[in-house]
Design a binder for this molecule. Structure first.
Ligand code: SAM
Length: 161
């Protein structure tokens, strides 16, 4: 965890050592962004091509993705974030907001989520647009934007009850 300087009004909590969720990194994300300051706050579909470089042995897990979907949700581990803030002041103006009311990279489990446009697949690499992370950020998962397991909108009748 990288402990950045606290801003006015920010609040830290000592949560103790993290439990082990037994996550494994499935690869690395290659982006043109060398530092946090180079990254956009959120990715954009008209942003630069970025590469999801999976472990080569996971290449078969990409079968069907680029062929079947235009977009995917990418989950990644924002590995340079501190993890101990419960109140944050993103604008450094003394006004604070709870961590779970923010998309800040600073959170107990620093998981980033971006919906990306799929450009093409090159073997074990998926080229996408719409990311906002530093080059080398660990990759956690990729999911197609929608499939039969996605939550469905409630039926209209149920809405009105
Ligand atoms: N799109 C994701 C989300 O909404 O969950 C992440 C949003 S977060 C605001 C994106 C910012 O995280 C970037 O602008 C950059 O400042 C920071 N960031 C990018 N890569 C990082 C990394 N590997 N570790 C820590 N912070 C990172």
């Amino acid at each position: 965890m990288t402990k950045t300087t606290l801003r006015d009004g920010e609040r830290v909590l000592d949560l103790g050592p993290p439990g082990d969720a037994e996550l494994r990194f499935i690869g690395r994300i290659r982006t043109p962004f060398a530092t946090r300051a180079d990254c956009p706050r959120q990715g954009r579909e008209d942003g630069p091509d970025c590469a999801l470089e999976l472990l080569p042995e996971l290449a078969p897990a990409l079968d069907g993705l680029a062929e079947g979907f235009a977009r995917a949700d990418v989950l990644y581990w924002l590995d340079r974030s501190r993890r101990d803030l419960v109140h944050q002041s993103p604008k450094s103006d003394g006004r604070v907001t709870g961590t779970f009311a923010l998309r800040s990279p600073v959170r107990p489990n620093p998981i980033g989520l971006s919906r990306v446009r799929i450009v093409r697949r090159e073997g074990h690499v998926l080229i996408v647009r719409g990311l906002d992370c530093i080059d080398g950020t660990p990759l956690l998962d990729i999911k197609p934007e929608a499939c039969s397991f996605s939550p469905q909108a409630p039926l209209k009748a149920a809405d009105e009850r």
